[in-house]
Design a protein around this ligand. Structure first.
Ligand SMILES: [Zn+2]
Length: 97
């Protein structure tokens, strides 16, 4: 029992020595500016992956109002184009076919 305790204390002591050595070593290096140890610099944070924002196609295109184009028919008598809504030709008065 005492042996195990001794071992544990020994390990603890070694650990303490190690830590104190690291501490003093770091302090010494800081004062002297001698940094033989490669400074572990955290890698530069990689830029976060930008979500690919695809430009949305203009889906909500306003429905174009169809241009009002009257159907026209050519008058058989004078050749003038008259609206299909017209009852008769405005040029010659001939009734629309
Ligand atoms: Zn006509």
């Amino acid at each position: 029992m005492g042996f195990l305790l001794k071992i544990a204390l020994f390990g603890l002591a070694i650990y303490g020595v190690y830590r104190s050595f690291r501490y003093w070593k770091g302090l010494f290096d800081r004062f002297t500016g001698n940094t033989d140890l490669p400074q572990r610099r955290p890698p530069p944070p990689s830029p976060p992956p930008k979500p690919v924002t695809r430009p949305e196609p203009p889906t909500a295109e306003p429905l174009r109002k169809p241009a009002v184009i009257e159907d026209t028919v050519q008058c058989a008598g004078c050749g003038a184009y008259i609206s299909t809504a017209a009852e008769k030709c405005g040029q010659c008065g001939r009734p629309r076919p």
